[in-house]
Design a protein around this ligand. Structure first.
Ligand code: SF4
Length: 276
C-alpha cells in the first residue's frame, strides 16, 4: 500500500448484523479510525431510520447517510422502474441492489477516497451462506473484510453483542426478518401483511407499483402468485395457513403433545397392534 492514505469504512444497512459489527469493531479495534456510512435506498422503513439514530446515540459515532435520490437527481427507484418498463425486481432479477445500494457506495468511494486505499468492513456472519460476499468492487486498493467470518461469529454472538451494548434489535424484527426497502420482494406474505398492519400507506404505495402490461396482459407483482391487493383480500386465509405447521419445521409444543399422546393411545390399542 506504500504511503497511500488508508480509509476504514463500515457501511451500515439498518439491520442487526452491520449494527453488531459496529459494536464489535469498537470493542475489538478501538484504535481503528473507522468511518460509518448508511446507504439509504430512499425507501427505508421508518424503524430503520430510528435504528440508525439509535446506533449513533448508543455508540456515540457519526454516521454519514449516502445514496437515496436527491431532488436534483431524480433517478430513484421509481425512475428506474419506469425505465425497466415496470419490470419489478425479484430474486432472479435483482437489479435494485445495484442501483440503490452498490452504485451509491461505489460512487461515494470514488468521489471521496480517490487515490486512497479503502478497507470496507462487512457484517456477514460465519453461519451465513458464503456465496454472499457483499460489495465486490472492481476498484484498485479496495480491501473487503469480513470480521465475523474471520473470527467465527454466528447469530448467537451477534445477538449477545447487540444485547450487551444496549443497542438491541431494530424494532421491525417483531414482524419482519430483514432490513431494506419497505417493498423488498424477499418478504414472505406474512411479512407483507406485517407491513400492511404497521405501515398501511407504504403497503399501498408498494401495491401501486404493481402493473399489468396492457398489450401482453403480463402482471408485474411483488409476490409470485398474487398482487398485493389480492393478498390483502385473502389476509385471513394467509395468516391461518402461515400458522399451520409445515413439514420439516418445528411444530407448536401443544401440537406435539397432542400427536404424541394420540400415537401412544394407538400403540396401546390391541386391535391396532394386531392389524400391523
Ligand atoms: S432491500 Fe430488497 S428491494 Fe431493496 S435493494 Fe435490497 S434486495 Fe432490492
Amino acid at each position: 500500500m506504500g504511503n497511500r492514505k488508508e480509509r476504514h469504512i463500515l457501511a451500515l444497512s439498518g439491520g442487526k448484523d452491520s449494527a453488531a459489527l459496529a459494536v464489535y469493531m469498537q470493542e475489538k479495534y478501538p484504535e481503528l479510525p473507522l468511518e460509518y456510512v448508511f446507504i439509504d435506498s430512499g425507501y427505508e422503513l421508518p424503524e430503520t431510520m430510528e435504528y440508525i439514530d439509535r446506533i449513533r446515540a448508543v455508540l456515540n459515532i457519526s454516521i454519514l447517510p449516502i445514496g437515496g435520490a436527491s431532488i436534483k437527481d431524480r433517478k430513484d427507484f421509481k425512475w428506474w422502474l419506469n425505465k425497466k418498463n415496470n419490470y419489478l425486481p425479484s430474486p432472479q432479477k435483482r437489479w435494485c441492489t445495484d442501483i440503490l445500494k452498490l452504485r451509491p457506495y461505489n460512487e461515494w468511494i470514488d468521489k471521496n477516497c480517490s487515490g486512497q486505499a479503502v478497507h470496507s468492513y462487512v457484517g456477514l456472519r460465519a453461519d451465513e451462506k458464503t456465496d454472499r460476499k457483499g460489495n465486490l468492487s472492481g476498484r484498485e486498493f479496495f480491501y473487503q473484510h469480513h470480521p465475523f467470518i474471520e473470527h467465527g461469529l454466528d447469530y448467537q454472538n451477534i445477538k449477545d453483542l447487540l444485547e450487551s451494548s444496549g443497542l438491541g434489535f431494530p424494532s421491525y424484527y417483531k414482524w419482519r426478518s430483514r432490513s431494506g426497502c419497505y417493498f423488498c420482494f424477499y418478504q414472505t406474505k406474512r411479512e407483507w401483511l406485517g407491513l400492511l398492519k404497521h405501515h398501511k400507506e407504504l403497503f399501498w404505495k408498494a401495491a401501486a407499483m404493481e402493473k399489468t402490461d396492457p398489450e401482453t396482459g403480463t402482471k408485474f407483482t411483488w409476490c409470485d402468485d398474487m398482487s398485493l391487493e389480492e393478498l390483502e383480500k385473502n389476509k385471513k386465509i394467509i395468516l391461518t395457513e402461515a400458522s399451520l405447521p409445515v413439514q420439516g419445521k418445528k411444530m407448536a409444543p401443544g401440537l406435539i403433545t397432542t400427536i404424541s399422546s394420540l400415537c401412544k393411545k394407538n400403540l396401546s390399542d390391541p386391535k391396532l397392534l394386531i392389524r400391523r
